[in-house]
Design a protein around this ligand. Sequence first.
Ligand code: BTN
Length: 231
Amino acid sequence: MRFGVPHRHFRSTDSTNTRARELAEGGAPHGTVVTAAEQSEGRGRQGRGWTAPPGKALLYSAILRPLDQRHLLLPLAVPLAVCEVAEELEAGVECRVKWPNDVWVEGRKLAGVLIEAGSNGWAVIGVGLNLAVEPLDLPPELRETATSLAGGASAQQAREALDARLDRWVEADADSILAAWRGRDALRGREVAWEGGSGVAAGIDDRGRLVVATAGGDRVVLGAGEVHLRP
Ligand code: BTN
């Protein structure tokens, strides 16, 4: 596994995930990475957008192929790689993971992951990591919930670090991924709510699904979607 070869950088594009998907459809090899200084239509999970001020975030998409049974926990493995990148780039930062694949620092979102799989055996791993984003760079609704590294690391440093960490985490075995994820779990023991209910997060199962204990004594297992911390 080797991410970052080849690498294509755009000063501006609509979405690095969209560019990488096109390249994947056209047969680009495993490891191809697309980055941009600016995105006009950055995409997030659940049909949301992704906002980042120009030049102040790592906007990164990598092609993984072939996508197969070894990658069942990929959505958990990628944020672990991102956590290690952030901690490598800035001393004192301690990252946690919010199911399914947000990276948090002190309860705020530092990075997001959007993984998109194609029908013929590839996936694009999209990562947005705030490197030097200031609150006023963000739309008002994100100022209380987002955070950033302090600006000491360049996008190139961050990209190279992520290439290397993905090399390891994309290949990691399930036990290593689950253990590392459980060690960083930001939700465990916290009150959470989702579209269908609420309860206390009780960790992830061996398939990477979120387990929630409800007030009625049930255990609910969530395989997809979004949960929110209850205030
Ligand atoms: C999320 O938390 O909702 C996921 C956000 C993923 C954003 C990144 S930025 C680089 C790549 N290109 C995109 O359009 N989205 C991902």
